[in-house]
Design a binder for this molecule. Structure first.
Ligand SMILES: [Zn+2]
Ligand SMILES: [Zn+2]
Length: 494
């Protein structure tokens, strides 16, 4: 009778345990299913990935456009509209990068949520496993206790059960009951162990999923870092472009407010260049005539001498004499060379500069061209403007040996110009050197020119120092190369 109720209790308990286990198992399979959904990338992250790849494509395109623009800007440095395009292009890149960062941050947020949810699931799983272990341990302890009761300590009770049997049939029944109880307990423990294994497998899966998400998060964070650095660079470029733009606008404004006067002065300057050209031409012509006259004179003298000798020979047939013909030498009027050079600072090679032609760079140590040759604000800029920070007072050096044919030192407008003194036709204090072969070089906006007209200079000799005289909004050297009076692109020569 007691065994009957005991068995009933066990069966009930077992059924309850099974039901509970089934429920837990069902529950656990749901949790694994959740993880699977979480792992099968969320739609939001997928969408973000597409956004990022689209942005990358757009960025590549923008970068290509930017490279083309950079080339154009380098070619026409003085163009405000080009600078505006440059700025717009940089801005577009910044926006794209910003979008990318935003999308990445969304993805990271999404991942963080998923990781948090997985962590919750892992927490629940751990509790379940812990409970299951307790249940199993309890079951095993219980089973052992009863086994001991039935078979070991209770060898007598086992015997008692058998002895207590009413008959052989009853004894068999009781034996069967004992066996069943043992079987049930075994099955229950097996089931519990299976459940525990499943939980542990689930937990391992959850941990693996979590690790994968963490990895994704690290990768995304790296991307954010990369794009943030990219944005920082672009921001710097944009700031630079803004500074360039500001300078261009200021230059343009200054230029436009004085345009009529500048144009007039420029015209006068060109007339002066023309006059100089004619003078040089006249000097050359005169030199040529003098040379021809000297040659003619020499020939005439030689002829006279020959005739004289012939006459003497005829007159005095017996006597003979040798007289050398006179050699006329042209007088060379080269002036003494005064040179301020010889210092390392006037040597371009000390700065790693290599000469392209017979001309060398006119401001050693300062190699940045702020404006190139070409159209600017309705006028043609005939040379290059050389500017780098700290250029004020730098030595202006002769690009090649030659003769100083023009010096203008009359402009006092080094800074704060609100009227013109003529300003050397806009060039301020400047000089022109004739290198022969039709080549001249011009050096403008100097604080003061230190050579004098007619002076011969060697390559690298100091001509003056950099300033901002004439029509100039800042310290720089305006450098021109002219061939027969026509402005050439200095970039092809120095
Ligand atoms: Zn002036
Ligand atoms: Zn210039």
């Amino acid at each position: 009778m007691t065994i009957g109720t005991f068995k009933m209790k066990r069966v009930l308990a077992f059924a309850a345990a099974l039901m509970m286990a089934a429920a837990v198992a069902a529950n656990s399979s749901v949790s694994v299913l959740d993880t699977r959904t979480a792992l099968a990338e969320s739609a939001a992250i997928k969408e973000n990935k597409k956004k990022i790849s689209d942005a990358q494509g757009k960025l590549d395109e923008l970068e290509k456009k930017q490279a083309e623009l950079d080339e154009q800007i380098a070619a026409t440095k003085d163009d405000i509209s080009k600078e505006q395009e440059n700025q717009d292009a940089i801005n577009a890149q910044i926006e794209t990068v910003q979008d990318t960062i935003l999308t990445l941050e969304e993805s990271i947020e999404e991942l963080n949520n998923e990781i948090a949810s997985l962590e919750d699931q892992i927490g629940i799983s751990e509790i379940k496993i812990k409970n299951k272990k307790i249940e199993i341990d309890d079951g095993i302890a219980d089973f052992k206790k009863r086994l001991r009761a039935m078979y070991v300590a209770g060898n007598s009770s086992y015997t008692d059960i058998l002895i207590g049997a009413d008959d052989f049939y009853d004894m068999l029944m009781k034996l069967e009951l004992v066996k069943r109880v043992a079987d049930h307990d075994n099955t229950m423990i097996d089931n519990l162990n299976e459940l525990k294994d499943q939980y542990e497998a689930d937990e391992a899966q959850l941990e693996a999923d979590k690790a994968e998400l963490e990895e994704n998060k690290v990768a995304l964070n790296e991307q954010v870092e990369y794009h943030t650095a990219q944005k920082k660079k672009l921001d710097e470029l944009y700031a630079q472009s803004e500074a360039v733009m500001e300078q261009l606008e200021a230059d343009k404004e200054a230029y436009e407010s004085n345009k009529a006067q500048i144009d007039q002065e420029q015209e006068e300057f060109e007339a002066q260049i023309q006059k100089l050209l004619e003078e040089q031409e006249a000097i050359k012509k005169k030199e040529e005539e003098e040379r021809k006259k000297a040659e003619e004179e020499a020939r005439r003298k030689a002829e006279e001498e020959r005739k004289r000798q012939l006459a003497a020979q005829q007159q005095n047939n017996s006597s003979s004499g040798t007289t050398s013909s006179g050699n006329s030498t042209s007088t060379n009027s080269s002036t003494g060379t005064t040179s301020n050079s010889g210092q390392t600072t006037t040597d371009n090679s000390a700065y790693g500069y290599t000469q392209k032609t017979q001309f060398t760079w006119p401001v050693p140590g300062y190699y940045h061209i702020s404006y190139g040759i070409g159209w600017r604000w309705g006028s043609y800029h005939k040379g290059i403007d050389i500017w780098s920070p700290g250029i004020r007072g730098a030595k202006i050096c002769a690009a090649a040996a030659g003769t100083v044919i023009l010096v203008s030192n009359t402009c006092t407008h080094d800074y704060g110009k609100n009227y013109s003194c003529g300003c050397g036709g806009g060039y301020g204090n400047y000089c022109i050197i004739d290198h022969g072969g039709g080549y001249w070089t011009l050096y403008g906006h100097s604080q003061r020119i230190s050579v004098v007209q007619g002076q011969h200079v060697n390559q690298g000799d100091v001509l003056g120092i950099v300033g901002s005289t004439g029509h100039s909004t800042g310290d720089h050297l305006h450098f021109e190369v002219r061939l027969n009076g026509v402005a050439q692109n200095p970039v092809n020569y120095v």
